[in-house]
Structure formats: structure tokens, C-alpha cells
Design a protein around this ligand. Structure first.
Ligand code: PMP
Length: 350
């Protein structure tokens, strides 16, 4: 080992889902949207004046912040944007979780949370989900340095009711509670309505799933002005220009096409409900899905072997090793045709 290597920051990184290089893949492994972004986004890209790229983007991302504030009925001082919700969440860990007390998030949850906690050396505890994969709200009533959970949860797709979310926020008025709503447009009830009553609540959402723009990287947080100010202070201490010119323009265009958003989200929800029935007919069990994916396992069927067999046939889903979750596959909802190909395979395989 070189002497300076002792000074490296040792981290075990988050492992993103595979992005296969070959064509003809049925890609149901990273919760992307099977439909393209709104035609309004295509138009905005065609109209984009590349001369603008000469200039730095607006560090305050004001057009996008204003459009989001209008869409959600909030003040422009209540919105923060970043490079995907991963960036917004990483920034939030850095900004809000500095008490030295353990932060709390579920044992089965978005696996990036523990990576950020390790990176920033934030102590953490992971209360176990109950035997039906539900978050037990009482586990979050103890002393802590902050709380974060996805709603709907990932990879289970299970939503926590708004009353329970509120109970968790209400019991934690000494710390910041972050509700990661990456998948909320597909089901469950947003905590946004609680913002007027809780100054310790931060709601984080993304353009990657319901707005079909994972490739552009846009995420946002909504909360009390004091939280947004604190996030901006940290952002400006890290990198002033997180949002590029095209993201600002195309993100704003996407928000203007509410009809397309509703139509595509509606289609995915309908496909999900049909997929749930088909999986159940094939003997799979799953927690009630509320996101754009289903977490399905089949008693007596080895999930890892099934994952490998699917991959062999160019059907990509996600399998996570680990106690309890190792028996399940996380299947992103694709188009009806893609799901049909999956079911044809499963019928033969089983
Ligand atoms: N939160 C959860 C629960 C997720 O599953 C994801 C997607 N990997 C993200 C946040 C981050 O999504 P993005 O950075 O694309 O907004």
C-alpha cells in the first residue's frame, strides 16, 4: 500500500442497476418509465439555442423552481432542485443529519441511505419492517438525529398511509423527517399537504420515474423556507452550478404538459394492476404495489435462479441478495407488450 492510500476515504459504493449495452432487451430492472418524455420536452429540445451553452446556468435554477412552486402551490422559497433526487438526498443528509445521534431508516429500503450515512459518517439505525414488509411507525418515535424513508417504499412498492406518515413527522419535531416520494405519483398519498403544519418535514420527488426523464437527472425537495435556505447554503458550498441549461429548460417544459403526465402514469398504473393479477395466477405473492414496480416472490421458486434465467433471455429484472428480500424479484412495470413477454417466459419456466 502506498503511504497516501492510508488517507483515502474508504467507502462501499451504491450499486446501481445494470444498463445493458445490447439492443432488444426488455428492461424491467431500474424502475424507468417505458414511455418517452412528453412531446413538449422534444419540442423544447429542438428549439434549444446551443449558443446558451456558452454561459453558466442560473445557479438558483429559478425557472424550474418557479415552475415547481406553481405546480405544487408552494412559495418559490419552498423548493430546491438538484441533479436527480439522489443529489437532493445526498445534499439533505449533509445538511440536516449532523447531530451525532443515529438517524433512522427501515432495514429494507433504498440502499443508498446507508451509503450516504457511511460517506458522511452519520450514525444510523435501521428498524426492521414487520413480517408483511410494513414500516412500524412506533419504531421512529425514539430519540434520533433524523428520519428518512421512501413512500411508497423501495424495493417493496408498499405505501404507508398519510396518517401514519404524519404520526412519524409529529413525533419527531426535534429532527428533520425526509419523505422520499420518488414513486408517489403511481400510488399512495403525498405528504405535501402536511408542509403547512410541519416545519421539520422535507418531501423529495423526482422527474426520473413519473415524468420519464431519468436520463436528464432532475430531482427536487419541498419544505419550509428555513430548510430550503439551509440546503442552498450547503449546495453553494459544494457546487453552485448543479443544474445544467438543458435540464432547466426541458424540466420546465415537462411540467407544462400535465395531460401527458396523467395519461402515462394512468397507463402504468393500469398495467401494474393487470400484472399483479397475472403474477398472482402464477403463484407469486407480493406486497400491495403502489409504485411503478412489483416486488414478487414465489414460494418454492428460487428467485436468484429465476433472475438468471430471465437475464439469459434478455429480460432484465432486479434481484437483491439478503435475508427476506433474497426470495423476491423487483419487476419494473413496462408496456403491456413487455409485460406479456415476461409472462410468456414465466409460464414456460414454471
Ligand atoms: N429514491 C428512491 C427510493 C429510488 O428508488 C431512487 C431511484 N434509484 C431514487 C430516490 C433516486 O432517483 P433519481 O436520482 O433518479 O431521482
Amino acid at each position: 500500500m502506498k503511504p497516501w492510500e492510508a488517507n483515502f476515504r474508504n467507502v462501499t459504493p451504491y450499486v446501481p442497476g445494470e444498463q445493458p449495452k445490447q439492443t432488444g432487451v426488455i428492461k424491467l430492472n431500474t424502475n424507468e418509465n417505458p414511455y418517452g418524455p412528453s412531446p413538449a420536452v422534444k419540442k423544447a429540445l429542438e428549439d434549444f439555442d446551443t449558443e446558451r451553452l456558452r454561459l453558466y446556468p442560473d445557479p438558483a435554477s429559478q425557472v424550474l423552481v418557479d415552475a415547481l412552486a406553481k405546480r405544487y402551490g408552494l412559495g418559490t422559497d419552498q423548493v430546491f432542485v438538484g441533479v436527480g433526487s439522489d443529489d437532493v438526498l445526498a445534499m439533505s443528509f449533509l445538511t440536516f443529519f449532523n447531530s451525532g445521534k443515529p438517524i433512522l431508516f427501515p432495514d429494507i429500503s433504498y440502499s443508498f441511505y446507508s451509503v450516504w450515512a457511511e460517506l458522511y459518517r452519520i450514525p444510523y439505525e435501521r428498524p426492521a419492517l414487520d413480517e408483511t414488509f410494513r414500516i412500524r411507525k412506533e419504531d421512529y418515535y425514539k430519540e434520533n438525529g433524523g428520519v428518512i424513508f421512501p413512500n411508497p417504499n423501495a424495493p417493496t412498492s408498499l405505501a404507508l398511509g398519510l396518517a401514519e406518515v404524519e404520526d412519524i413527522v409529529a413525533h419527531n419535531q426535534k429532527s428533520v423527517v425526509i419523505v422520499d416520494e420518488a414513486y408517489i405519483d403511481f400510488g399512495g398519498e403525498s405528504a405535501l399537504g402536511l408542509l403547512s403544519r410541519y416545519e421539520n418535514l422535507l418531501v423529495v420527488q423526482t422527474f426520473s420515474k413519473s415524468r420519464s426523464m431519468a436520463g436528464l437527472r432532475i430531482g427536487y425537495a419541498m419544505g419550509a423556507p428555513a430548510l430550503i435556505r439551509a440546503l442552498n447554503d450547503v449546495k453553494y458550498s459544494f457546487n453552485s452550478y448543479t443544474m445544467n441549461q438543458t435540464s432547466l429548460v426541458l424540466g420546465t417544459a415537462a411540467l407544462e404538459d400535465e395531460a401527458y403526465f396523467r395519461e402515462t402514469v394512468g397507463k402504468i398504473r393500469a398495467t401494474r394492476e393487470r400484472a399483479k393479477e397475472r403474477l398472482s395466477d402464477l403463484g407469486f405473492v407480493c406486497p400491495e404495489p403502489s409504485a411503478n414496480f412489483i416486488f414478487a416472490g414465489r414460494p418454492g421458486t428460487d428467485a436468484k435462479a429465476l433472475f438468471d434465467a430471465l437475464r439469459e433471455k434478455n429480460i432484465y429484472v432486479r434481484h437483491f441478495d439478503g435475508p427476506r428480500i433474497g426470495d423476491y424479484l423487483r419487476i419494473t412495470i413496462g408496456t403491456d407488450e413487455q409485460m406479456e413477454r415476461l409472462f410468456e417466459f414465466l409460464e414456460n419456466y414454471l
